[in-house]
Ligand binder design. Structure first.
Ligand code: SAM
Ligand code: SF4
Ligand code: F3S
Length: 475
């Protein structure tokens, strides 16, 4: 009988992409998905450590899974950033966890589960510490990119780089994901070609990286032979060539991929770091219709003092000039951001600068967080001296301001006609379709399900909450 799996994913798109690639591998080996933990043979929880709240939620979830396991035995696998961060502690404190997988050993997981389902003690090539049937795959190693990250969706995430070298003082990511590594252009090309093939017809691709615009495939990298089996695009040397490639930066990678996209496909990328937003990349955004004019450009804060303490590598002045430049060169571009309030020593004046920057830029939207100390980061040593009620009040102000800006910006778009990618029938009303704009807004409009997967033109007529309501127009 086919083995059944259930995957629960927390955290960012990178985690989603990695869960999805695990599904691809399990399905290829005949495993079947189920929609509840207590119907599965294997339950995988893919975790996040970016804030304490994310970890607290997970500890609560582990408690529930423990009781579920008593009713219906399953193998419980914990992977992702929290598994990497707390390794030993989780193994000790959560005996319900059977398999713990760190960031650099994920590629062994399927092999291990397959070995177990065949009744083998452990799979060949897997290094771990077995302990009463429990396995920890947590060694150091090189991060390995999967070759495929999606099943049947129109919108897919494709990781192109992994890890982060920025070490912003508040952030745990570099410690749990390791140093930046860029995926080989050949491997990315191969995945993209499969996605846009007539069989898959993916129409909206987001290139992912913790710091995607610092993508750099090293200079002089040998042309990986295994990667070249399918033949390469004209931009790369031919199969088996000893020729060495020059370093490939992010704009170069985009050009390579754009050359492979059929007529109507959107290409996006996230998350961009302001310090790596090169003129070449901005020019490309303006030139290439297939590149969505949406840049997620986290600023984090509007006070220079706080930005410096965060180790972001730019001032508010640099950021504002960058925004001006992008808006001038790429008309119609939409900018979104992340804002972090309550960083240690953040004063009332710092907070006013933060609000000031938000007013000056008028982001289309923002993710807004309150600072959470993460042990092991540099900011942890500064203490956490902004009292919780103050953090909460500042966060509420920031959220309120952004909401009013978002509403204002959305209202300005009413009456305009725009292209959308139709994704599905609306869950609330089967007569309506759900679609997305190049700026990542959701639009609902009456339409024919036959158009799912294609681009149509709609006039934006109303806004309800975060969703536009529209009407299809010819063209
Ligand atoms: N690489 C992206 C960048 O440079 O902006 C951010 C990736 S991080 C996973 C997503 C967001 O989480 C950050 O932009 C930051 O606002 C927030 N974040 C990171 N560390 C945090 C912390 N210690 N407390 C609260 N929020 C945090
Ligand atoms: Fe974290 Fe900074 Fe890296 Fe973003 S750039 S992942 S905030 S260390
Ligand atoms: Fe969380 Fe790891 Fe992503 S800490 S935000 S899942 S990189």
């Amino acid at each position: 009988m086919a083995k059944r799996y259930y995957i629960e994913t927390y955290g960012c798109q990178m985690n989603k992409a990695e869960s999805s690639s695990l599904e691809v591998d399990l399905r290829a080996r005949g495993w079947e998905p189920v929609d509840r933990a207590d119907a599965a043979d294997v339950v995988v929880v893919n975790t996040c450590s970016v804030r304490q709240t994310a970890e607290d939620r997970l500890w609560g979830r582990l408690g529930l899974l423990k009781s579920a396991k008593r009713r219906h035995p399953f193998r419980l696998v914990l992977m992702g950033c929290m598994a990497e961060r707390l390794k030993g502690e989780i193994f000790l404190e959560a005996p319900q966890v059977d398999v713990l997988v760190g960031s650099f050993q994920k590629h062994h997981l399927v092999e291990l589960l397959e070995g177990e389902s065949r009744g083998a003690n452990s799979a060949e090539g897997v290094e771990g510490t077995g302990q009463g049937g429990r396995v920890a795959l947590t060694g150091e190693g090189e991060y390995r990119f999967s070759s495929l990250h999606s099943l049947n969706e129109f919108r897919v995430f494709v990781p192109v780089m992994h890890g982060c070298d920025n070490y912003c003082t508040y952030c745990i990511v570099p410690y749990v994901r390791g140093r930046e590594v860029s995926r080989s252009p050949e491997s990315i090309l191969r995945e993209i070609r499969g996605l846009v093939s007539p069989r898959r017809k993916v129409r909206d691709i987001t290139l992912l990286g913790q710091n995607v615009n610092s993508y750099r495939y090293p200079s002089g990298a040998p042309t990986g032979r295994a990667d070249r089996r399918e033949g390469a695009s004209g931009a790369l040397p031919p199969h088996g060539s000893r020729e060495r490639l020059p370093a490939l930066g992010f704009p170069g990678l985009l050009r390579l991929l754009l050359g492979e996209l059929p007529g109507e496909t959107w290409l996006r990328f996230m998350t961009s770091h302001p310090k790596d937003m090169s003129d070449e990349l901005i020019a490309l955004l303006a030139e290439e219709n297939a590149l969505c004019r949406h840049v997620h450009l986290p600023v984090q804060h509007g006070s220079d003092r706080v930005l410096q303490a965060m180790g972001r590598g730019y001032t508010s002045g640099h950021y504002l000039r960058l925004v001006d430049k992008i808006r001038k060169i790429v008309p119609g571009v939409s900018l979104t951001t992340d804002i972090l309030v309550g960083f240690p020593r953040e004063s009332a004046e710092d907070h006013r600068w933060n609000l000031e920057l938000m007013r000056a830029v008028e982001f289309a939207d923002a993710f807004m967080y309150r600072y959470n100390p993460r042990e092991g980061t540099r900011a942890f040593l500064l203490g956490d001296d902004v009292p919780d009620p103050v953090k909460q009040e500042r966060l509420s102000e920031v959220i309120e301001l952004q909401r009013s800006i978002t509403r204002k910006r959305r209202r300005l778009r009413l009456g305009t006609v725009t292209t959308v990618l139709v994704e599905a029938v609306s869950r609330k009303n089967p007569e309506e379709l759900l679609a997305r704009t190049e700026w990542d807004d959701t639009v609902v409009f009456p339409g024919d399900p036959k158009t799912i997967g294609s681009f149509v033109r709609v006039c934006l007529e109303k806004i309800a909450g975060n969703t536009f309501r529209g009407r299809r127009v010819p063209g």
